[in-house]
Design a protein around this ligand. Structure first.
Ligand code: NAD
Ligand code: ZN
Length: 371
């Protein structure tokens, strides 16, 4: 098979790394990325049993002549925990991993976040490569260097910034992803389009059926545009002191929905979908957006049929949103839109505005269910 791979370079304060998108795991990645893979005595793969049963043959063929040691983390957000990191670090030590070892995180965002964190702290930091296998991980979580695990007190409360040496996103592996997971990941690309890339938004708007069919060219284009957007933002603001905050569009309320549901009711991307509906409503109420633009954006989001919003009260979501770690003391920071592709960060969104918009989203969700 001819391998078509596009590479985007992410530039960071500590150096730069390639994100290769396409049939990234066909052919020898060892040869193609010799600077990263050659002369490694020890290569380790972190993955989940499900992903390994589907895609081990493709990965092992791509890594030849390297023969990696495989470590497993069970699937699910509940395994993104410090206890698992300790177990995995002990397994690395038991298998003889040293400072020059390379870890490959081969899975969705959970594997990527745990693998990245393990690489950040094992022997005070070893190299790792992200090979994301979900759409969410390909368009979002594998790029940007945020790694970490959850505490009982909340998501991603322990972690570190540690950039991978490379990201290799093979859109072919998305063929086995469930439609629900695929669509949840697509919401992060819709977000990317809404905040900074109107052309990407229009592309998704026109191609939703082709995305559901996993047409390779279409998926590749979406991953490329989303990664390009994120890498630009990360380059301009690596540590999230300014611009990078726009990536949280839909996430203030999205995180509150996830927390209120005990992280089981909706997938992350689905919660973000409803969070974006809320942020769009506030933007429209402030006349930042016309009704027509708001409706157009909402139409693309709900066309993916996010599961109904569980029946939390607006007040409960607001209380949880106020605890979000991304809020600075005393003010509620919100990302709103001033047009498709134009995000703005504001500090003065009132409780009343948020409550009204949440109530409107709940009403919309109920009306859709009743149909
Ligand atoms: N670091 C960041 O910047 C960042 C950004 C966004 C999200 N995240 C994190 O990402 C996580 C969510 O990631 P996710 O949505 O990828 O979920 P996930 O990693 O839990 O994967 C979802 C499910 O898909 C399965 N799967 C993965 N690849 C598959 C494939 N190719 N075929 C079939 N099944 C496959 C997994 O086993 C799992 O059951 C969250 O923990 C979130 O906090 C991190
Ligand atoms: Zn997200």
């Amino acid at each position: 098979m001819r391998s078509i791979v596009h590479t985007i370079t992410v530039q960071t304060a500590s150096g730069e790394y390639p994100v290769s998108i396409g049939n990234a795991l066909s052919g020898s990645v060892v040869k193609r990325f010799s600077a990263i893979f050659s002369q490694r005595k020890n290569v380790y793969v972190l993955t989940s049993p499900e992903i390994w049963s589907l895609w081990s043959a493709r990965l092992l063929a791509a890594l030849l002549p390297l023969e990696p040691v495989v470590l497993f983390l069970r699937s699910g957000e509940q395994f993104k925990r410090l206890g698992e990191v300790e177990r995995l670090a002990s397994e690395l030590a038991g298998a003889g991993a040293d400072r020059s070892s390379l870890l490959i995180a081969f899975g969705g965002g959970v594997i990527g976040d745990v693998g990245g964190f393990l690489a950040a702290i094992y022997m005070r930091g070893i190299d790792y490569v992200q090979m994301p296998t979900t759409l969410l991980a390909q368009v979002d979580s594998s790029v940007g260097g945020k790694t970490g695990v959850n505490l009982r007190a909340g998501k991603n409360l322990v972690g570190s910034f540690h950039h991978p040496r490379a990201v290799l996103a093979d859109t072919h592996v998305l063929s086995t992803l469930s439609t629900r997971e695929l669509r949840a990941g697509l919401h992060e690309s819709i977000k990317a389009g809404l905040i900074r890339d109107a052309a990407l938004f229009r592309f998704i708007e026109k191609n939703t059926p082709a995305i559901d069919r996993r047409e390779p060219g279409v998926l590749e284009k979406i991953v490329r545009a989303s990664v390009r957007m994120k890498s630009e933002v990360v380059h301009l603001d690596e540590r999230e002191s300014g611009l990078r905050m726009i990536l949280n569009f839909g996430h203030t309320i999205g995180h509150a929905i996830e927390a209120a549901g005990g992280y089981g009711a909706l997938l992350h991307g689905e919660a973000v979908a409803w969070g974006m509906v809320v942020a769009l409503r506030i933007s429209r109420n402030r006349n930042y957006l016309t009704a027509a633009v708001e409706e157009r954006a909402v139409r693309v989001i709900v066309a993916l049929d996010p599961p109904p919003l569980p029946s939390f009260s607006a007040k409960r979501l607001l209380t949880i949103a106020s605890r979000d770690k991304k809020n600075r003391a005393g003010s509620r920071r919100f990302v709103l839109l001033q047009g498709i592709g134009q995000a703005v960060v504001v500090e003065d969104v009132s409780d009343a505005e948020v409550t009204e918009a949440i109530a409107a989203a709940i009403a919309m969700s109920r009306a859709r269910q009743a149909r």
